[in-house]
Ligand binder design. Structure first.
Ligand SMILES: Nc1ncnc2c1ncn2[C@@H]1O[C@H](COP(=O)(O)OP(=O)(O)OP(=O)(O)O)[C@@H](O)[C@H]1O
Ligand SMILES: [Mg+2]
Length: 252
């Protein structure tokens, strides 16, 4: 079993899209849970036809919470806008960094994969997500300026590892919105290599694909929306690559 956070402080890089579709792919073969840890709740809105009785807010308040089943093999712990004030609320608590990790300990036995959609910041909620995780995936939008902050993210994971969670590792950097015809996409790939980060780069790139936006508009996973789209092909390949990397890591 493994817990994976999809994290980047930068907004709009494809965290939520990656979280939904990676989880949907994992659920094709194994019990999977998605945790929406972003107060914007954009992931939860994809499943708003399900009426959950509780959310991640109850978890953080130490109350009873329930996940909601959204697809075969796929459960969700949703988020709502009320989660916005949680950082202040938990600020003064002892072991405030371990709230999610402790709560997940009870749930872990029920799932093979847990994916956490992080907010675009490095708040106490993000710290909780990483403290509860075995792996981090960092999506990088293959567009201008998106390299800013990658070293900051890597440093942040390093700090969490030394101070709070020695078990965490970076599963990979993921190029999203990739368009091989564009020089910018190629330049970003080149820059990652020059920085020596290519060892961590997923072989799968998520190509720019309007089917992805449209699938979210219809509240479907990419696999349900269009089986033949680039999005389906790329997220299917990414899912397999993620599972291979996790298996390899867990053996070593
Ligand atoms: N490969 C892609 N091709 C085309 N559009 C995409 C792709 N991936 C994501 N998008 C679109 O880009 C927008 C941002 O994606 P997403 O919400 O996944 O990013 P995010 O990192 O979670 O953003 P935030 O930081 O606000 O939470 C969405 O409208 C989404 O539909
Ligand atoms: Mg998001």
């Amino acid at each position: 079993m493994s817990v994976t956070s999809i994290m980047n402080q930068k907004g709009g890089v494809g965290k939520t899209t990656t979280c939904i579709n990676l989880a949907a792919q994992a659920a094709l073969g194994a019990k999977t849970l998605i945790i929406d840890a972003d107060k914007q709740s954009s992931l939860s809105q994809n499943f708003e036809q399900y009426k959950p009785k509780s959310s991640i807010l109850e978890l953080f308040r130490g109350k009873q919470f329930e996940v909601v089943n959204v697809r075969k093999n796929l459960d969700l712990l949703p988020c709502t806008i009320d989660f916005a004030g949680i950082d202040l609320e938990i600020q003064g608590e002892y072991s405030r960094e371990f709230i999610l990790s402790k709560a997940l300990a009870k749930l872990k036995g029920d799932y093979e994969y847990i994916f956490i959609d992080c907010p675009p910041d490095i708040s106490l909620v993000t710290v909780n997500a990483l403290t509860a995780s075995d792996y981090v995936i960092i999506p990088i939008k293959a567009a201008r300026f998106s390299m800013d902050g990658i070293s900051l993210m890597l440093d942040f994971v390093r700090k969490i590892k030394s101070a709070l969670n020695p078990d965490i590792s970076i599963l990979g950097l993921l190029l999203t919105h990739f368009d091989e015809r564009l020089r910018i996409s190629k330049n970003i790939e080149k820059e990652i290599k020059e920085k020596g980060w290519d060892v961590a780069l997923f072989k799968t790139r998520i190509r720019n694909n309007t089917a992805i936006e449209n699938s979210q508009f219809e509240k479907k996973t990419i696999f349900e929306f269009d089986k033949k789209s680039y999005g389906t092909i790329d997220y299917m390949n990414l899912g397999k690559e993620v599972q291979r990397k996790i298996k390899k890591d867990q053996k070593s």
